[in-house]
Design a binder for this molecule. Structure first.
Ligand code: NAP
Length: 466
């Protein structure tokens, strides 16, 4: 019976779980199928865990039960209590735990059977341990920055890159020595310490707002560490799941870097935001408008595009924004939402918030879908977005945003921008859009002013009545 379980049932269960993971990733890539994707991933993981536990080489279950209880005691509150706005740091914590597990398993394997392992397994073990431990501290620092526990401005000093690369290089050299001669066990704790140090030093030089890209990259490292653990433990499902995790994290980081027109090197080494003039106040005149006038103007528009950005998330204005969109639709306007891939501070930030406010998916348009429509749009209302609508990305070769694909809202007939002041956005650069003749600034907290606009608009007589 044990033979049948190990040779047939467990491999089939692993195959089923691997299929679930692939389908899960496929479905997670679109908002309409994302829930199905999450459920499928959960089923795959449950099957994988149960199949692993029934393998007959497991002889004692008491430690496993203890670990399951401890994991559930941490995981359930994390899932239920953490607010949507804290999801990036929660994700970073999950990566930290996953990577720590990989590092610890690698350490146990080294001390149990390291000196007797072949070179290939030792290479996999070395990569697992280095990536596992550096991802652990890197993810903790990333979570701390996002939660405001660690200073979120980049900590940059002279010679930092050389020091960091030196630490990583030293760890890799020692891994090489251990591969050649695993009996030099005294080097192993040094590899662990250097990896832990490198992870923390890597992330402290990166600005808080770049953390989503970093977290997605750390996710990819944790995936590779898990995959290597699969080679060490001879567990094919771990190899597959880790590879899926590693490649999807890497692809997401690449998509985010492309959408920001930044390279990996720029994100990881550049200290972006360390010197940017965040908070500078612009003295040039702008045209401002109040909620009442905004309601009048919106009421005359036949086509309206709403462009949400980080400010909508910060103000938690998504419900008011949906009320505005519903009201405009009821009053006969054609309303669309334009979603920039890096609007906000995490991938899919706007999609998540608008989904939470029950905005139908068919009202959401990606950058490529909507950009051609701006010249025919009567009115654009930009809600807490700045960099993603900055025309300097197209025209100013000296701008840090130059080359980043932006929403071409400046091509619309008329633009209203909702924000609290003339302060810059994440990139710390001025926005010429705010100074165009056809742009009017509606100053204030997005939730409060959009609420006022909704009130004013609902007081206006219906179009048919006019
Ligand atoms: P942004 O350029 O950071 O601008 C956000 C604007 O919102 C600010 O200018 C701010 O102006 C305003 N704001 C803040 N709180 C507000 C409130 N309570 N009410 C109204 N307005 C408020 O945002 P974005 O246009 O969404 O661009 C995102 C930026 O983040 C891009 O540069 C992107 O590359 C970067 N980034 C994104 C991700 C991602 O995954 N999405 C990851 C890393 C980096 P006031 O202070 O004047 O109100």
């Amino acid at each position: 019976m044990n033979q049948v379980i190990n040779d047939t049932i467990v491999p089939l269960a692993y195959l089923f779980a691997a299929g679930c993971f692939v389908l899960s990733l496929r479905w997670l890539s679109h908002p309409t199928t994302a829930r199905r994707g999450v459920k499928t991933g959960e089923i795959g993981m449950l099957v994988a865990v149960v199949a692993t536990l029934v393998r007959f080489e497991i002889v004692e279950y008491q430690w496993i039960v203890l670990a399951l209880v401890a994991g559930a005691a941490l995981g359930v509150p994390l899932g239920l209590l953490v607010p949507m706005t804290a999801v990036p740091q929660r994700t970073a914590l999950s990566h930290a735990f996953g990577a720590l597990a990989a590092g610890i398993v690698g350490t146990a394997e080294f001390y149990l059977s390291g000196p007797h392992e072949g070179a290939v397994t030792m290479v996999a073990l070395g990569i697992e341990v280095v990536l596992g431990f550096l991802t652990f501290t890197g993810s903790l620092v990333a979570a701390g920055k996002l939660q405001g526990i660690v200073r979120d401005r980049p900590l940059v000093y002279r010679g930092q890159v050389v020091v960091n690369l030196g630490i990583l290089g030293a760890a890799l050299v020692m891994v090489g020595i251990l591969v050649a001669d695993p009996s030099m066990t005294f080097l192993f704790p040094i590899v662990v310490a250097l990896s832990l140090l490198f992870g923390a030093l890597l992330v402290i030089r990166i600005g808080g707002a770049d953390m989503p890209t970093v977290i997605s990259l750390l996710n990819s490292f944790a995936g590779v560490a898990a995959s290597m653990m699969g080679f060490v433990l001879d567990n094919k499902l771990l190899i597959i799941a880790g590879a899926l995790d590693g490649s999807s994290g890497l692809i997401l980081s690449i998509i985010m870097c492309r959408a920001m027109n930044r390279s990996f090197a720029n994100v990881l080494l550049g200290g972006f935001g360390a010197t940017a003039a965040v908070g500078d106040t612009e003295q040039r005149p702008v045209r401002s408008i109040d909620p009442e006038e905004t309601a009048f103007l919106l009421d005359t528009a036949r086509t309206v595009v709403i462009v949400p950005g980080y400010g909508m998330a910060a103000a938690q204005a998504q419900h008011k924004v949906r009320e505005l969109a519903d009201l405009l639709l009821r009053r006969g306007a054609d309303v669309k939402f334009a979603i920039h891939p890096v609007a906000g501070r995490m991938p899919g930030h706007m999609n998540v918030l608008l989904a939470e406010a029950d905005v139908p998916y068919d009202q959401l348009y990606d950058l490529e879908q909507i950009n051609g429509e701006f010249p025919q749009t009567d009115m654009v209302i930009v809600i807490g977005a700045n960099d993603v609508v900055n025309p300097a990305a197209r025209t100013d070769t000296t701008s840090p945003l130059y080359g980043m694909p932006i929403l071409a809202v400046d091509q619309a007939a008329s633009i209203i921008v909702v924000k609290r002041s003339m302060r810059s956005g994440f990139a710390g650069v001025e926005n010429e859009l705010f100074h165009l003749d056809k742009t009017q600034m509606l100053f204030g907290d997005a939730k409060s002013v959009i609420g006022d606009v909704v009130q004013e608009l609902s007081r206006l007589p219906s179009r048919e009545a006019v």
